[in-house]
Ligand binder design. Sequence first.
Ligand SMILES: [Zn+2]
Length: 462
Amino acid sequence: MIKTTIVAAILLITSMAFSQTELQKDSLTIRSIYDMALLNGKSYDWLDHLSNEIGGRLSGSLEAERAVKYTKEELEKLGLDKVFLQPVMVPKWTRGIQEYAYIETGPGISSNVDICALGGSVPTTSGGLKANVIEVQGIEDLARYGKEQIQGKIVFYNRPMQANLIQTFEAYGGCVDQRYSGAEEAAKYGAVGVIVRSMNLRQDDLPHTGAMSYGDTPVNKRIPAAAISTNGANYLSSALKIQKNLGFYMNMNCKTWEDVQSYNVVGEITGSEFPNQYMVVGGHLDSWDLGDGSHDDGAGCVQSMEVLRLLKEINYKPKHTLRVVLFMNEENGLRGGNKYAEVAKQKNENHIFALESDSGGFTPRGFSFDTDDATFKKIEGWSSLFKPYLIHYFEKGGSGADIGPLKKDGITLAGLRPDSQRYFDYHHAANDVFEAVNKRELELGGATMASLIYLVDKYGLK
Ligand SMILES: [Zn+2]
């Protein structure tokens, strides 16, 4: 009995000592990841090229094609085990010449306002569209006003993002239905066009574009849809209070073309112990066209590339196969994310973990995890290792749009969660440019992702 107790005590002490030294080892490894990222990082240079040499990367554009070529070449320079392109057909929509809009409050009395077509919108007729406006606070208002009050008018969706929500993505989620389905719903009541308040918590003159859908609205019933800046929305709203029957003029030249060939870009380090178990880290390579897509999602792409580079630089050899995936067409179709999951299923590739960065290149706070309770508990156990880097947010929740299609039993999905307070100042607008991204914040994000990937790879999730 005494013997068993002694043996048990020795075993306990040995295992404690073991976990103590392992913890020290992990903390040193993570320190070296952050050192490499902050002292000798590559992500900011990559982003500079993507943003300033290539520019906005709308699906199907020449810029998107150039971004595919560039990132593939850069990944090839890292000496990974495999770099390849995964073909995917994507939609092609172009904005055409810049949109033009004004509010007419009297004969010859008009003020220009800043609008931009929503991605996927039909154009106005070549002479533009002029109509009266009805302001609503959301799709649910349409039924209340009915056809009598909506027919022949432009519906102006003006529900703002809720400013008192700390998680700004929640505020976005609370009004993005106006942008996505606003035109489809308004057309049912005979509206001739749609204007949507930009999804922006700040007051400024920048219209923010974004995806929209006509659902199954027949082609000849589709109405043009544009975003208006928050300043423009407030101006229009106050003008309507004074003059209900003012005129709104909009002119848009956008066009949808045939689908075109594009690619997901994939780089891989083959696992040393479990080559048939895959871990993915990624972002989306396409962006909107108004800015150069630096935050959304150039940042996530270069951070994901940096994860593989950092692990290689510190000489870490992953046990599982580690892939960086730069997904095409997240913004207006999710074709890249769907294709990647489809091929993974076809090839019977066992994906155990996927991490996406698609919330901007701001100071990282932590991660959210789409997983079961036991796995989440295991991950939470690592959180103390992140404390020196001010990473504290470990919560269950969503992950990322592109990795969403990989969801199945047994896979853990995760999203990097940077500070979100300024994200919607830039999201899908002309100011989402390289200068809006801070080098250190971007690099901290990449290091934080690499550290999590290291821990998941080393300890597994089960
Ligand atoms: Zn994005």
